[in-house]
Design a protein around this ligand. Structure first.
Ligand SMILES: [Fe+2]
Length: 498
């Protein structure tokens, strides 16, 4: 019997028997009920099951097929298909859902003892992550190792005070926890190749009177597999950074093309979110002789131009803006958000979210949904990290995905003391405690759109051409590239305006 001619439960059951598919009593009853209740849907379900060439049939499958066809075909109570005129929904048809991370403000007296609290906080937070690693067996504190000599197969969790290469090629790590310090020796240099000072790592090995012989180094890392979260709504997000308004090298043509594209284009009609990851203006006095490179000399005039740019973006797009090292707010990280002083007009827009650097934006996580976590960090620490890790020196500036992956492995955005400016504080808020779905950075002015263990990595290019200062620090501009993420499918796209 041809599946096209199924019109009742008997015909459907006959085909199933001919196909050798066993029909249990409960399934048999459900099929009969399905045909009695709604013949149109039942025929569609039956034809679909026959065409799927399945080897068995159960209640779950039948119920799923019924739901699918009911939803798809808008069947009325009489079993007739209602043909509705559908129209393609755009961003205007959906409400935005954005929540920004709340962290405790560093109020109160600031003194030197807070630096100690800061590193204790870092140690405790990353220790908690490392404790989940199965490799860290027989975990002991450093103080206990020194008193008990000669243990094999022990583990410690420590902050790296220093990394030294001996003449023999052995790597020596000075490691510290709350109970003391110890020397760790690694005969295989590859074991320690990506270790930087001030990060928190796990070390396994054997102890002796003078220290530990390392067998394995364990980074806190991103556990695998990571859930690839998606949102239900068919919406997209766009990521840009390092606009540098005020610079003589500001590429106005990119701004014009971008604004035209974001306002009306097939690719952007579902764009509901825009993320801007710092260096919104070129700033004043950021580096020696910057004055000569400035088109707009006054910082307030630069921000006024920036406001005009933001005001031209359609209001139904939610815009998240964090500062960078060229912005006028304090440079301590987390940097506070831009405020009334610099962007008074933007304070009046409910779709503009002025956030810290770094910060998390949670999209569509209301009503118990996972939603998507977007971690925004300008990336000021990256140049120092690239410089500290030999493997990154060759390719790190032009391929930001490598340094982004490294900070995810270390679970810290600026592990090396001095790689970014920190304020004395009780808590280290640069630890990557929450695993993001999307990790966006800027600063290097190069572009990448990659994936690491399910996390979308975005380094957001720039609207600025190559400057003489960038020549000095070795940054090569790759301007005009805009990243797009489909939040419903997690597909990624690049739009090039150069
Ligand atoms: Fe920049």
């Amino acid at each position: 019997m041809d599946t096209e001619h199924i019109s009742n439960s008997n015909e459907f059951l006959t085909i199933l028997i001919k196909k050798g598919i066993l029909v249990e009593t409960d399934v048999f009853e459900r099929i009969k009920e399905m045909f009695e209740k709604n013949n149109t849907i039942a025929c569609l379900v039956a034809k679909s099951i026959c065409n799927d060439c399945i080897g068995e049939i159960n209640l779950k499958l039948i119920n799923e097929k019924i739901s699918f066809f009911e939803e798809k075909n808008n069947i009325d109570k009489q079993g007739k298909i209602i043909i509705k005129k559908t129209f393609k929904k755009t961003r205007k048809d959906y409400d935005a859902q954005v929540n920004i991370r709340k962290i405790k403000e560093n109020t109160g007296k600031k003194d030197i003892s807070l630096f100690c609290d800061y590193f204790v906080s870092r140690y405790d937070k990353i220790k908690k992550i490392l404790m989940q690693h199965l490799d860290l067996t027989n975990l002991v504190s450093i103080g206990n190792i020194k008193s008990a000599r000669g243990y094999s197969d022990i583990s410690i969790i420590a902050i790296v005070k220093d990394v030294i290469e001996a003449k023999t090629g052995t790597i020596i790590i000075d490691a510290e926890d709350k109970s003391g310090t110890i020397r760790v020796f690694a005969k295989d240099p590859d074991l320690c190749k990506n270790i930087v000072t001030d990060e928190v790592i796990g070390i396994t090995g054997s102890s002796f009177a003078g220290g530990i012989i390392a067998k394995k180094i364990i980074f806190p890392e991103i556990p695998f597999p990571v859930n690839v979260n998606k949102i239900k709504e068919p919406l997209k997000a766009v990521f840009i950074s390092d606009i540098h308004i005020g610079s003589k090298e500001y590429l106005k043509s990119i701004e014009e093309k971008f604004l035209k594209w974001i306002e009306k284009d097939k690719q952007t009609e579902a764009v509901k979110y825009l993320f801007i990851s710092g260096d919104n203006v070129d700033g004043v006095g950021i580096y020696p002789s910057q004055k000569e490179d400035l088109q707009i000399q006054d910082i307030y005039d630069q921000y006024s131009e920036f406001e005009s740019f933001i005001e031209k973006i359609p209001e139904e797009i939610e815009i998240m803006i964090c500062p960078g090292n060229h912005d006028a707010v304090m440079q301590f990280e987390p940097q506070i958000a831009l405020d009334q002083e610099y962007v008074p007009n933007l304070m009046n827009y409910s779709n503009v979210h002025l956030v810290k650097n770094p910060d998390y934006a949670y999209l569509h996580n209301n009503d118990g949904n996972n939603g998507l976590k977007v971690l925004m960090y300008h990336g000021y620490s990256f140049t120092s990290i690239i410089d500290a890790i030999p493997e990154l020196r060759k390719k790190g500036l032009s391929h930001p995905e490598h340094v982004m992956t490294e900070v995810l492995k270390k679970r810290h955005l600026a592990p090396i003391y001095g790689s970014s400016i920190i304020a004395p504080a009780k808590e280290d808020n640069l630890v990557i405690e929450e695993i993001p779905d999307i990790f966006q950075t800027g600063d290097l002015h190069s572009h990448c759109l990659k994936s690491y263990k399910g996390i979308t990595l975005i380094s957001s290019s720039t609207f600025q051409g190559q400057t003489s200062f960038m020549n000095k620090v070795g940054h090569i501009a790759n301007p005009g590239k805009v990243s797009i993420v489909d939040l419903h499918t997690r597909e990624i796209f690049v739009k090039n305006f150069m």
